[in-house]
Design a protein around this ligand. Structure first.
Ligand code: DAH
Length: 340
């Protein structure tokens, strides 16, 4: 019996464990009720005589030893597990921080603002929910005039006096009403039209409006400002073209084209083989509009222009579908960086 105890003590002493499975194996072999030590206790019952006391003591020692060993093994194992979990190399450089990128419309809007700010324009803002006066009437759209139908307007239900603004020209009125010339201001913002959504049209889009009112502002000033803008924005070889047009709030009015960036004016499918792409409208502020805002039209003249930010962005980046701007697909959005 003593031999057997010695042998088991020896075995336990040499026991190594590396895993939970091995720990369980150890428990079954030595600690459990069906294990080797319990078996010895069974046998011990049959022993009698002088040796009983000694064997009993040794057997208890063995039991205690096995128990201590088991506990030591389990703490060792849990320490190892923590170490594995915390296996961090603090000297490694961190993974690169994923910075968001700016929306292409923001990138382009900021560049447009930058160009005009250097020509002395400040920024102004107006509400997207507008009244008829600022969106139409003050801009020389008479009531029931067919020109109102040029802009498919969203009206607030049951109150045709309130609209979602159809253009940023409404901000011109607000600025002129609230300040005195000289005025040189730029108004970027969101506008709404009741249009079916497609690759080329959307019911929500962005415009940027420019207004300059002072003594003896001329059409030549307008033309030169737009020319300088086009070169700064699209590159120094860019040309502009102004075509006669009609807007109720300007007289004379023009549609503004730039030479096609894609084919450099040679003709491609972006410019529909004309060599020119329309980016907005412009003209001399109609004297009626100045008067509507209490500006003396005998004393002051002004020019105004309005451009589509989506249109310009599509041109710069060769984007073919307007819907991409609002779909929020990060694979699309990640591609844009600020324009130098
Ligand atoms: N508001 C016009 C539109 O939405 C664009 C426009 C044309 C603005 C001529 C102007 C302008 O300031 O002078 O189609």
């Amino acid at each position: 019996m003593l031999e057997k105890i010695k042998e088991l003590t020896e075995n336990i002493n040499q026991y190594q464990i590396d895993s939970k499975e091995q720990l369980e194996q150890f428990r079954l072999e030595y600690i459990s009720k069906k294990g080797k030590i319990s078996e010895l206790f069974e046998n011990f019952k049959e022993i009698s005589g002088e040796q009983k006391k000694l064997i009993g003591q040794e057997l208890n020692k063995l039991k205690q030893f096995a128990q201590e060993k088991f506990e030591a093994f389990s703490t060792e194992l849990s320490k190892k597990e923590v170490l594995i979990k915390e296996d961090i190399d603090y000297t490694l450089p961190p993974p690169p921080a994923m910075l968001g990128s700016r929306h292409p419309l923001t990138v382009v809007r900021e560049k447009i603002i930058y160009v005009f700010e250097r020509m002395g324009f400040n920024l102004s803002d107006g509400p997207e929910i507008e009244d008829d006066w600022h969106n139409f009437t003050a801009l020389n759209f008479p009531h029931n005039h067919p020109a109102r139908e040029m802009q498919d307007t969203f009206f607030i239900e049951k109150n045709p006096d309130i609209t979602l603004r159809t253009h940023t020209s409404s901000v011109q009125i607000r600025v002129m009403e609230n300040s005195t010339p000289p005025i040189r201001t730029l108004s970027p913002g969101r506008v709404y039209r009741n249009e079916a959504i497609s690759a080329r049209a959307h019911c929500v889009f962005h415009q940027i409006e420019g207004l300059y009112v002072d003594k003896s502002v001329s059409f030549a000033d307008l033309k030169n400002t737009l020319y300088v803008f086009a070169k700064e924005m699209f590159g120094k070889d860019t040309k502009i073209r102004l075509r006669p047009s009609y807007f109720p709030f300007t007289e004379p009015s023009a549609e503004m084209d730039v030479s096609c960036l894609i084919c450099k004016g040679k003709g491609c499918n972006v410019c529909k083989y004309s060599g020119w792409v329309e980016i907005g409208g412009a003209g001399m502020v109609d004297p009626n509009v100045l008067e509507n805002c209490n500006i003396n039209s005998e004393q002051y003249t002004g020019y105004a222009f309005g451009m589509g930010i989506e249109r310009i962005t599509m041109l710069i980046y060769g984007i073919k579908d307007l819907r991409l701007f609002t779909e929020n697909d990060v694979r699309f959005l990640r591609q844009f960086k600020a324009i130098e």
